[in-house]
Design a protein around this ligand. Structure first.
Ligand SMILES: [Cu+2]
Length: 132
């Protein structure tokens, strides 16, 4: 617990991630009303600071949809201790498009929950992403 907290603090201080081109898909979640695509420059998340893009599109038209307020949170099960929780900072970046940053203190598979609340409706999707 103490080690994780300390590392997390260091990462927070060191978070100077600068977004560049972001073409590669990390994961896709399909919900009833939307498809949520996470992508980044590398196509994966690593321990430390990460920047990424969320795109929300319509399953039928494949076009961006206005998802309103979007949040992303992650959880990792840790044997013998409380789950490690990390949330992303999300900034709107055009219709159905959002930029995010998130920091992870260690590697491991995260359960990711994306929530939206806007013109497209209110809902959530979960996906699994390996941080490595
Ligand atoms: Cu952990």
């Amino acid at each position: 617990m103490r080690r994780h907290g300390w590392i997390a603090l260091m990462l927070l201080v060191a978070t100077t991630a600068v977004a560049a081109a972001e073409p590669r898909v990390i994961a896709i979640a399909k919900a009833k009303e939307v498809i949520v695509t996470l992508s980044s420059e590398t196509g994966q998340w690593k321990p430390g600071a990460n920047s990424f893009t969320i795109e929300v599109t319509s399953p039928s038209t494949k076009q961006p949809v206005d998802a309103g307020k979007v949040t992303l949170s992650t959880s990792m099960a840790m044997p013998g201790m409380a789950p490690m929780i990390a949330g992303a900072t999300i900034t709107p970046d055009g219709p159905g498009r959002y930029r995010g940053t998130i920091s992870f203190p260690d590697a491991g598979t995260r359960q990711v929950t994306v929530r939206w609340d806007g013109p497209v409706g209110k809902g959530s999707a979960t996906l699994s992403v390996a941080v490595r």
